[in-house]
Design a protein around this ligand. Structure first.
Ligand code: NAD
Length: 367
């Protein structure tokens, strides 16, 4: 039996708690170091993890007791932390988006390939039973040839609940770069890669007001479009219509629907690991629930990193840098199309990651 891989975490803000809960429940992974620009925050988090040391960022990235870096910083810091991890010979898995700019994401993947280390990226929610069960139905021919999809997410904006929501309104943020990775990754798992996009976008306000926490009432600038609609042309001929918005007071739109020649599928929220898939065959009137038939059961954030470390070869990594780079190119192409009014062909493609067998479990010490 091998040694449990040692994880160093950079950035321990709001989302880090979900990863730490996942790791605390497993004996086949150890968190050995924590770093954050906010040293008090790093110390508080580390005090709850047996064996974890507080280090500054460069020391953590070079630490011999760190095998893989988990990058949970804000989007503007993702590239620098990833490149520095790779330069130190560490595997790196980061929160989404992979980078703010496509060229930076490309640099991260090129550097990792040259160094022989792995790059992975959130979202890993799409490895849960929700998206994976829908994927299994499509792969089995359950809806016939896929023709179209809709993917819709809307809210009034994260400033209502996040104590430091500035990054959501700066380049790398906005509803597309923030929520798009869940929906686009799910669409690529379900329908395969995208070859071109067309889009439009708008911006309701130039400022937002923080709604909670110590900074409540502070105004923050909006430097990105806050309502984005695009059409994704998939290589298999299917068209996905995507709308991501911080300008919706409320929405009850279905997260994702996939329409095929012989049936339609309702796919649950791709920001969740599980949720009910439903199917309606041509000629029927009602959605019928589909029992879970693929995906990691009861998974939580961090499973994508563990899947990456367990993969026999880099090509087997599911929440891969390759998928994240394709997703990033789709998103930046959508924003380019909205700015220029033109259709934007993509330069990247990606193979659909392998289906996750239902309940598939693994122990990293046996890898
Ligand atoms: N908050 C959520 O619900 C949520 C959900 C899913 C994904 N995410 C993603 O997770 C990432 C982090 O989001 P969050 O909500 O935890 O943000 P946050 O602002 O709460 O936390 C980010 C942390 O990173 C630290 N940090 C920033 N730059 C750094 C640097 N260069 N070096 C070291 N530390 C640095 C900050 O001090 C802070 O503690 C983002 O990419 C976001 O899109 C957030």
């Amino acid at each position: 039996m091998g040694i449990a891989p040692r994880i160093g975490i950079v950035g321990v803000g709001v989302i880090s708690g979900q990863y730490l809960t996942t790791f605390a429940a497993r004996s086949d992974v150890q968190v050995t170091a924590i770093a954050d620009l906010d040293l008090d925050r790093a110390a508080t988090v580390a005090s709850g993890i047996p064996g974890a040391r507080v280090l500054d960022v460069p020391t953590l990235l070079a630490d011999p007791e760190v095998d893989a870096v988990l990058n949970l910083t804000i989007p503007a810091a993702h590239t620098d932390i990833a490149l520095a991890s790779i330069a130190n010979g560490k595997h790196v898995y980061g929160e989404k988006p992979l980078a703010v700019h496509f060229a930076d994401g490309r640099r991260v993947l090129d550097a990792a390939a040259a160094a022989g280390v792995r790059v992975g990226s959130a979202p890993d929610t799409v490895l849960g039973t929700g998206t994976q069960t829908a994927r299994a139905v499509i792969d089995e021919g359950g809806i016939g040839r896929p023709v179209a999809a809709t993917a819709v997410w809307g809210s009034a904006g994260h400033e209502s609940w996040h104590p430091n929501p500035d990054f959501y309104y700066l380049p790398g943020g906005g509803p597309l770069m923030d929520m798009g990775p869940y929906y686009i990754s799910s669409l690529v798992h379900l329908l395969g890669p995208v070859t071109a996009v067309v889009a439009s976008a708008s911006r309701l306000r130039s400022e937002r007001v923080i709604g909670s926490g110590p900074r409540a009432g502070q105004r923050i600038p909006v430097e990105v479009d806050t309502h984005v609609s695009g059409i994704l042309e998939h290589a298999n001929g299917a068209l996905s219509t995507l709308t991501m918005s911080f300008d919706s007071v409320k929405s009850s739109a279905a997260p994702i629907e996939i329409h095929g020649e012989t049936g339609s599928l309702s796919v649950p929220d791709p920001n969740m690991f599980s949720g009910g898939v439903a199917f309606c065959a041509r000629g029927s009137k009602e959605w019928e629930p589909v029992a879970d038939r693929a995906g990691y059961i009861d998974a939580s954030r961090g499973i994508g990193l563990l899947d990456m470390l367990a993969a026999p070869a880099d090509a087997d990594v599911r929440a891969s840098g390759r998928l994240a780079l394709h997703t990033l190119e789709i998103m930046t192409a959508i924003l380019d199309s909205a700015r220029t009014g033109g259709r934007v062909p993509l330069s990247t493609t990606v193979q659909r990651p392998a289906l996750v067998p239902l309940g598939h479990e693994f122990d990293l010490r046996e890898r």
